[in-house]
Design a protein. Structure first.
Length: 194
């Protein structure tokens, strides 16, 4: 049986680098200037665009990555340290934008993921996935606000701790809570149709 999707090694590598970015900044600043790191960020984002360029369905992701490069580039002229710290903020806002766009132009992102496991998703499932997509949008916006606060008002250790660790703990908690809620919703749905 063929898997529903294939992970491409370069995309996996790009994702790992993106997740590890706050720690790369923390340790990288011991050897490089903020300007060098912000240039490295823009090169990394350019690399991600090249990886996604072949897939026409990824146009919205390419646009959001391009906007992230622009923001980092402009900030590099104003405040290089803020440019370095801008990636988690831009990433969260880009994800909120992509998820929001998917609500306006269905299927919603979460519905797409759900259909990988359950291709014949019924109407109540579609409604549920739209609600979950909206919750993720709220999460990404709140996370971007906290990331912005850490970028503007906290030291590098706090910024690294939140953006490289704590935000992922919060994300994992949201995944776990949603998984538990989904099980109850499925049982309720099965119970009303039996």
């Amino acid at each position: 049986m063929k898997p529903p999707f294939k992970l491409k090694p370069l995309m996996v590598l790009a994702s790992v680098i993106g997740v590890a970015y706050p720690f790369a900044v923390y340790f990288g600043l011991q050897f490089f200037t903020p300007l060098v790191i912000s240039i490295g960020l823009m090169v990394f984002l350019g690399f991600r665009i090249v990886l996604q360029w072949h897939d026409k369905k990824e146009t919205i992701h390419i646009v959001s990555l391009g906007l992230t490069i622009c923001v980092a580039g402009i900030l590099a002229f104003v405040d290089t340290m803020l440019a370095v710290k801008s990636y988690p903020i831009s990433l969260c806002l880009s994800l909120a934008f992509v998820f929001g766009y998917s609500l306006l132009h269905p299927p919603a992102i979460i519905e797409r993921f759900a259909r990988m496991v359950e291709p014949d998703l019924n109407e109540s499932g579609v409604h549920y996935t739209r609600n979950v997509t909206f919750i993720w949008i709220i999460f990404f916006i709140l996370n971007a606000c906290i990331s912005l606060w850490t970028a503007l008002y906290s030291d590098l250790k706090t910024w690294t701790f939140y953006n490289g660790f704590l935000s992922y703990i919060f994300m994992g908690c949201l995944f776990a809570v949603e998984f538990v809620v989904r099980q109850f919703v499925k049982k309720k749905h099965v119970g009303t149709h039996s």
